[in-house]
Design a protein. Sequence first.
Length: 164
Amino acid sequence: MAGSNALSGAFGVLARLAMIIAGASLCILVLVLAWQVIGRYALNDSPGWTEPVALILMSVAALFGAAIAVRRESHFNFPTLVEMAPAPIRALLKLLARLIALVFGAALGWYGGFLMIDSWNVPMAGAPLPEGLSYVGLCLGGGLIALFALERLISGDYQAEEHA
């Protein structure tokens, strides 16, 4: 039981770090887009690097946020269907949702990693960065989705709360 608590604690730290990164990405995204607007309309010199950087930040924020939602099990689902189902079916639906999240997260992480590595030596249009950075959110976010789904699968908590 102590190993399970240590593992849960480690996943908690990882989730907090993912949330900090997602939140920082959103804050930086706002600054980058503000600079783009200032450059375009006030300075009449739109910076070329803002669009690709904004896309990277948006990808990181969205996929890290999705990973947090998988860990909290607050991602897109069908709660009415689950709540109306008998207890054994609820457990099966919960298991199925976790398996689907694991498979999709692993696929996003794997193919995102492939795309990131494959395009790392290609210069990004508009920014002095490698094109592979465009896929860092997909790779790492997908990996976190898979990891948090695996954590939920291992937890074994498949019993949905009874509703009166």
